[in-house]
Design a protein around this ligand. Structure first.
Ligand SMILES: [Zn+2]
Length: 418
């Protein structure tokens, strides 16, 4: 019983000595790694080199992440100069918003990629730790067996050592004894270095993840500021008394341009329809079914269909659709089965989608922050086609929803209900 306890104490001392002398015996570390190749589960010089390369790559990546942030002040300054031309101003601004949004999407992608990498590193780290423990255990057993099987005099000598200095005098002997364990010991050191490299890599990756998240937050804040600024600028432009007549003229010209674009698209749809019927192909048919409400959620009707006093211009104007106030990013649904006629950008409509439902019936969805369909896509009622935004001539996040029948706007309330 007494002997067993002593052996355990000795084992602890010998292991401590081994770990300590590792530094003394191989100060460079890297040069010795070439010999550290052992069993298949042991990290090789190549795997350690690879890990080191990965770490320097990550460091470079971290530096490059700092670039690519938008300079909001610069954007604002450039925009100030164009503000006297509202149409170009809105177009320019929407272009910037699009760019920032693309950057945010890119950063979010980077974050999920980084998260996956961290998960993998975590698994590697666990494996390396386990390997380290196993090797330490194997070595301890080997040393214990060596002591228990032979040279009891030396054991006694070690146990009788009065001080650590005394004990160090026996290092020479211990090193000789351990020489046979050299290969195992090298493996243990390699595993430990590998664990440390894994750790370092993971910590760097975490740092990058945090930085990326911070960047996304900055970009999102920039985006919100830009949208806010645009809302304020449009309102101040349209409500400015000195500017009033000009603002009304501009608005009417934009609505006219919008109308021209829609008519042009309808002419294309009508021509295609004629050709399909001429070729005995079946053209789209609207079966008279009720529309699906085109939004995942909304807060209120902010501007209804029909003649009304324009909210900022202050004059009576026809509003060709219903405005639903809704949070940016809210899913916009196809109100009915159909074919996408347009998914594009227009100065007044912003990012918009037009869907042909057949028999001269179509729906238009305006001011989207993102478009998820392309011209020619066939969509089913309820498909997500875009996300709510405030692009184009818009002073707040909303969906403008229009219905056209045989070349004219009709009330959307004839097709859908709240
Ligand atoms: Zn509207």
């Amino acid at each position: 019983m007494e002997k067993r306890k002593n052996v355990a104490a000795l084992r602890r001392m010998v292991c401590g000595l081994l770990v300590g002398s590792a530094v003394l015996l191989a100060p460079g570390g890297a040069g010795q790694q070439a010999h550290a190749t052992g069993s298949k589960t042991t990290p090789t010089a190549e795997s350690i080199k690879e890990k080191e390369n990965q770490i320097s790559q990550i460091k470079e990546e971290k530096e490059s992440l700092k670039d690519g942030l938008s300079d909001l002040q610069e954007i604002k300054k450039n925009l100030e100069q164009q503000k006297d031309d509202l149409k170009n101003y809105v177009k320019e601004l929407d272009g910037n918003l699009e760019e920032i949004e693309a950057k945010i999407a890119d950063l979010k992608e980077q974050i999920s990629a980084k998260e996956a990498e961290i998960q993998q590193t975590q698994a590697e780290l666990e494996a390396a730790r386990k390997r380290e423990e196993e090797q330490l255990e194997a070595m301890s057993i080997h040393i214990r067996l060596t002591y228990e099987s032979g040279e009891p005099n030396m054991v006694d000598l070690l146990l009788q050592s009065k001080s650590f200095g005394d004990f160090l005098n026996t290092v020479d002997y211990v090193e000789k004894m351990v020489a046979s364990d050299n290969r195992m010991w090298q493996e243990y050191r390699a595993a430990k270095e590998y664990v440390q490299l894994c750790k370092e890599k993971m910590e760097l990756e975490k740092e990058i993840l945090d930085e990326t998240k911070e960047n996304v937050e900055i970009e999102q804040k920039n985006l919100e500021e830009l949208i806010e600024q645009k809302n304020r600028d449009i309102i101040s432009y349209e409500t400015d008394i000195n500017n009033k007549e000009n603002a009304i003229r501009e608005y009417e010209a934009e609505i006219k341009a919008q109308e021209d674009e829609i008519r042009y698209l309808e002419a294309i749809v009508a021509e295609e329809r004629r050709q399909m019927i001429a070729n005995n192909q079946s053209a789209l048919v609207y079966d008279g079914g009720a529309f699906k409400f085109p939004l995942a959620s909304y807060t209120r009707v902010s501007d209804d269909y029909g003649m009304r006093i324009h909210p900022t211009l202050g004059v009576e104007q026809f509003h060709n659709g219903v405005d639903f106030a809704s949070a940016t990013g809210t899913a916009i649904y196809a109100a009915y089965d159909g074919k996408v006629v347009a998914a594009a950008y227009n100065a007044s409509m912003g990012n918009y989608v037009m869907i042909d439902h057949g028999d001269g019936l179509s729906t238009i969805y305006m001011h989207a922050s993102a478009l998820y369909v392309s011209k020619g896509d066939v969509v089913a009622k309820g498909d997500t086609i875009a996300a709510v935004g405030s692009t184009g001539r818009s002073t707040g996040s909303h969906l403008h929803f229009s219905v056209r029948l045989n070349g004219s706007y009709v009330s959307p309330w004839g097709y859908l209900s709240l």
